[in-house]
Ligand binder design. Structure first.
Ligand SMILES: [Zn+2]
Length: 385
């Protein structure tokens, strides 16, 4: 048995009363939280700093880890996607792709991350995720703007989803983004996930071009579709924001909107009314568009915020604290408590894994990190378990 105490203990949602002691058994499961007065005849380990549950990275693409340092920075989303496609067309060795994913998984674990919501377009990373100490929820991602192809695309995703299950990994099917996935396909996926109580994720309002695309104003996506030689003459701009176009299909279910770099107050209001989660990935936003969201528009919705690293194709490291610190440096909108909740409970709730992770839970090992908070910067001192 271990008895742990620190300057402060954060339970995933708030700080515990001072002098709280965490009692762990030999399996590192939390068995009790006691006031120190009740454990006076035991050896209590004291930690200088703040103890938190393990961190939850709500948005990553492990399978893209081999593209670290391969993509030019700050070129805008459309050029970023074109560069990713060009790289994926090159003949990279499977071993290199797998080794990079293995290292990225280890990096996240060492950075105090215990849960990841991870996008997969293929099976490259499944084995790594199966053998990882990290708990993964895999988002099988689909792309297809032509509504006529929706059934074929969805059936293919179900096949990949079955493959995922053979690795004993949990996951769900998700649309890539509103500019790349038809509303019909988004509806089909949303209905399927709702019926099966599975979380959905979608890249949302990551570029100004997305707005223009939905309002029928000239935009860069023409260049993207020309590059991939896909005729989109069938596409009729709905003349509303991308979010307003697909939100009617999200009902009574978990949905994680990722990036939100160009979202406006009205968008966030509308999505929060449907209890959507907003996943912030600031380092990737700077890498791709050199722009950060207006964080003040999320002030009333801190319970709906979580954090993501995105992939090593659009980030220099997979370190959730680097994301948190970038936000803290850029805005005073959020308190330390808000930020710790984004790092832990909110992501677990968004991924439907809050019964096992993201908060201090009796009879569970949700990971324990020891952090410091000095000069508005959070640092990982060490992983306690
Ligand atoms: Zn992404």
């Amino acid at each position: 048995m271990r008895f742990l105490k620190a300057n402060k203990i954060f339970n995933g949602n708030f700080f515990l009363p001072d002098n709280s002691v965490l009692v762990l058994n030999e399996q590192n499961n939390l068995i009790e939280i006691l006031p120190e007065s009740k454990v006076s005849n035991q050896t209590v380990e004291f930690f200088e700093g703040i103890i938190t549950p393990g961190f939850v990275n709500a948005h990553c693409h492990l399978e893209l880890s081999y593209l670290a340092n391969k993509i030019p920075v700050k070129t805008g989303l459309v050029n970023f996607i074109i560069n990713i496609i060009k790289q994926r067309q090159q003949e990279y060795k499977k071993e290199q792709i797998i080794e990079s994913a293995f290292n990225a998984d280890l990096e996240m674990w060492q950075n105090g991350i215990v849960v990841v919501g991870d996008i997969s377009n293929n099976e490259d990373s499944f084995k790594i995720k199966q053998n990882s100490k990290i708990k993964y929820h895999t988002f099988i991602e689909v792309i297809g703007l032509n509504p006529n192809n929706k059934s074929k695309i969805f059936d293919n995703a179900l096949l990949l989803s079955n493959q995922l299950r053979e690795f004993k990994l949990n996951g769900s099917i998700v649309p890539h983004a509103p500019y790349s996935t038809s509303l019909d396909l988004i509806q089909l996926i949303a209905n399927y996930n709702r019926e099966n109580n599975l979380p959905l994720s979608i890249h949302n309002q990551e570029t100004e071009e997305e707005k223009k695309f939905f309002y029928g104003i000239q935009n860069d996506f023409k260049k993207l579709y020309e590059f991939i030689k896909v005729d989109i003459s069938f596409f009729k701009a709905p003349n509303c924001s991308s979010l307003s176009a697909y939100l009617p299909y999200i009902n009574n279910q978990k949905a994680i909107l990722v990036h939100n770099t160009f979202s406006e107050q009205a968008d966030i209001h509308e999505a929060a009314a449907k209890n959507c989660f907003f996943c912030l990935c600031p380092n990737a936003n700077l890498f791709i568009e050199n722009k950060l969201p207006d964080y003040s528009i999320f002030k009333s919705y801190t319970n709906n915020l979580c954090l993501g690293t995105d992939s090593l194709a659009s980030n220099y490291k997979l370190d959730l604290l680097s994301e948190a610190n970038l936000i803290l440096k850029h805005t005073h909108t959020f308190s330390l408590e808000n930020m710790l909740q984004m790092l832990t409970f909110n992501g677990a709730l968004a991924l439907n894994l809050h019964d096992s992770f993201g908060q201090l839970l009796i009879n569970k090992n949700t990971g324990l990190n020891l952090i410091s908070f000095i000069d508005s910067e959070i640092k990982l001192i060490k992983k306690i378990i």
